[in-house]
Design a protein around this ligand. Structure first.
Ligand code: SAM
Length: 313
């Protein structure tokens, strides 16, 4: 397999374009991309995905995966960084009623209220509050119980695993799940309501699924040093701090993540694509690592930053 600096077709790489990624991917030459590394909208309510219903989100990811069948080189890879949807609202979940024992600042119990009600059958909750020296809200909360997942009127949520969806769509598109890594990022305490009112863990890891397009894959043990193979190349869990700044983009992945994926799954000189390029993390690192690059995002503010950042790399 040869990876010429200038691709044989007229198509020019080393650019970042603005547009819907499905339309832009259709312009890329056949069998031209050695690695496509991307992180799509996760359907978690970020500004750039708020217009999407779950069906639209699924359609977007499925179609983007299908666009890759033609453009990835035989033997090349598509690596998808995605997190599970930890708070997936579902109207059909029975109300999760829980008694948050540590949050009761007032000692009045449900049993006491019921006992008082038996003695004063005509008392409403305001009368009961006076009789028990507490607030009317305490009476209501004790009698109706708290819904710990967002209050009794909020829709309950469950976890939606995204990996099974992505794997299914990739296999339909002719790819095979070759490898997976866990990106262990910083624990996301900002999501505190998710865990502080329940037994759930904080959000602190994401997946990188690596799909292979059948063909001859160049295998070069010298892509990494012996120390790098031992430290991360052959390891399943990658500890890499999250990007703390969010003034540029609110969902940037770290350059360290892009660097590992690019070094492992693409040879120098080959084309690395990011169809959801955001502010250009993948393209910036690809340029620095002597790969060709191509990036797409539908937000012109992002593509302007990505272009500048990649050129400066
Ligand atoms: C998770 S972010 C990617 C962040 C990127 N990895 C980085 O480090 O900056 C997803 C990006 O996809 C873009 N996007 C969402 N829908 C798109 C579409 N249909 N076509 C092109 N870009 C899209 C958003 O504007 C957003 O920048």
């Amino acid at each position: 397999m040869r990876y010429p600096r200038e691709h044989s077709s007229k198509f020019i790489f080393n650019r970042i374009v603005t547009g819907d990624t499905r339309a832009e991917l259709a312009e890329l030459p056949d069998n031209s991309v050695a690695l496509s590394f991307w992180s799509p909208p996760y359907y978690v309510g970020k500004s750039y995905e708020q217009h999407l219903r779950f069906e639209d989100w699924q359609k977007l990811i499925r179609e983007v995966i299908h666009c890759h069948t033609r453009i990835i080189l035989p033997g090349g890879f598509m690596a998808v960084n995605i997190g599970d949807i930890l708070c997936f609202p579902d109207e059909s979940i029975p109300r999760f009623q829980a008694d948050n024992v540590r949050r009761k600042k007032v000692a009045v119990t449900k049993e006491q209220i019921l006992e008082t009600k038996q003695k004063h059958p005509d008392a409403n909750r305001y009368d009961l509050a006076k009789l028990l020296s507490c607030s009317e809200q305490t009476i209501q909360r004790r009698l109706e119980d708290n819904n710990v997942r967002g209050g009794k009127h909020a829709t309950s949520t469950k976890i939606k695993l995204t990996g099974c969806l992505v794997v299914e769509w990739a296999e339909q598109a002719g790819f095979y799940l070759y490898d997976q890594r866990i990106w262990h990022k910083d624990p996301c305490w900002a999501n505190s309501r998710w865990h502080s009112n329940s037994y759930r863990a904080v959000d602190e890891f994401e997946h990188v699924y690596i799909f292979w397009k059948p063909g001859i894959t160049e295998y070069d043990r010298h892509r990494l040093s012996a120390e790098e193979w031992a430290e991360w190349g052959s390891r399943g869990v990658w500890q890499i701090p999250s990007v703390r700044r969010n003034d540029r983009h609110d969902a940037e992945f770290p350059e360290g993540l892009a660097e590992r994926v690019i070094r492992l799954f693409s040879p120098a000189g080959s084309v690395v694509l990011d169809p959801f390029v955001g502010t250009g993390t993948t393209t910036c690192v690809a340029n620095r690592l002597d790969r060709q690059w191509f990036g797409i995002d539908n937000n012109p503010v992002n593509t302007a930053i990505a272009t500048q950042r990649t050129d400066e790399a």
